[in-house]
Design a protein. Structure first.
Length: 363
């Protein structure tokens, strides 16, 4: 940042239609819900959508240094050891990986971590090199695990109960997506036919029910860019990562029952706001549920836009506000710049961040 005391937050808001689906279910198989404004709403947990965003980082991102969250940390590092020196047998590589990992006080059982561990690709390679070199200094190993932070660990954080030195505070927050209106859970009764059943058997080979709902969701996430920049250090990488985050926010979709419902939708409205005082979740716009009137989307977008004006009684105006929508918003009074598509939005966002972040952060 130009000034180390400056703060900069990017807020992301979306209105998204989801047809009959079961994106994110509870322990009984029912779609998750929440009571809000005295009404039952459809809900998709933040953990579910963060997982989808991380998968988008891996599939679509230009940034190679992303994290892996696994119990198989020993095997993962052992594979990196063999990549560096293919003369080392897998059994020996496993032993070297186990030794270097245990020196960082990460507890293992049967060559597996006792809890899921978040490790970046570059971190794993550096750890593998340390294992080959026989590194035994605990502090140096901790430095490897705290250095070269992958974007998803920086954004979503890492908690290591075994060694709090390895903890990483998240610079991003993702809200549970909830419907802007009330919902009712419905049941799909299905049967499956046995293709090889005798001709005189008219019954089903299998039957059951799947619960589902449909909704128009309000989604929200933010990134504390000043914190993220302090984690990643390099300005160019920060800007690339924020632009990738915006694309992942807009284009990712949790995969629960997706083969059954094919609920592959996109947001009908996305708004990105930069603030220097604090992030603001606009869910307050929907405490009073949207009433049905030829669908929910248009009314949801209208309420969201109105809420952006109401909050100015409490917070400063954003320094930048960009939005993109499926339909013409000419009838709504909305501050900021309407972009023709998400790439154009990201281009303008990147230009502003390039100027705002000043010189290279590593200097």
């Amino acid at each position: 940042m130009k000034n180390n005391n400056e703060r900069l937050f990017v807020d992301m808001h979306a209105i998204q239609i989801v047809p009959p689906s079961n994106l994110n279910r509870d322990d009984t198989g029912s779609p998750k819900t929440a009571q809000y404004g005295g009404v039952k709403r459809a809900r998709v947990s933040s953990q579910s959508w963060k997982r989808a965003m991380r998968e988008y980082f891996n599939a679509e991102g230009e940034i190679s240094n992303v994290g892996v969250r696994t119990l198989e940390i020993v095997k993962y590092v052992a594979e990196k050891i063999i990549e560096l020196d293919n003369s080392i047998a897998m059994e020996k590589a496993m032993a070297k990986a186990k030794d270097v990992i245990e020196k960082s006080q990460i507890k293992l059982s049967d060559n597996k971590a006792k809890a899921l561990f978040f490790l970046g690709d570059t971190q794993a390679k550096e750890l593998a090199k340390a294992a080959i070199d026989g590194e035994s200094d605990k502090k140096k190993i901790e430095e490897i695990l705290n250095g070269n932070k992958p974007i998803d660990i920086a954004l979503f954080g890492r908690m290591v109960a075994d060694n709090p030195v390895l903890n990483e505070d998240a610079s991003s927050q993702v809200a549970h997506a909830i419907s802007t209106h009330g919902v009712q859970t419905e049941f799909d009764f299905y049967t499956a036919v046995d293709d090889l059943a005798p001709e005189d058997n008219a019954g089903a080979g299998m039957l059951g029910t799947i619960e589902f709902n449909s909704s128009t969701l309000y989604r929200y996430a933010n990134v504390a860019i000043h914190e993220f920049a302090n984690q990643i250090k390099n300005k160019e990488d920060v800007i690339k990562a924020i632009k990738l985050y915006v694309k992942a926010f807009a284009n990712s979709m949790p995969t629960g029952k997706v083969n059954t419902f094919a609920n592959q939708t996109l947001p009908q409205f996305v708004m990105v706001t930069l603030r220097k005082d604090r992030p603001v979740n606009l869910i307050s716009a929907f405490e009073e549920p949207v009433k049905y009137s030829n669908g929910y989307t248009k009314a949801s977008i209208e309420k969201l836009i109105k809420e952006t004006k109401k909050i100015e009684k409490f917070v400063k105006k954003p320094v930048l506000q960009l939005f993109v929508a499926f339909d013409d918003l000419g009838e709504f009074e909305i501050a900021g710049k309407e972009e023709k598509n998400l790439d154009a939005l990201n281009e303008d966002l990147g230009k502003y961040l390039n100027e705002e972040l000043g010189k290279d952060l590593s200097d």
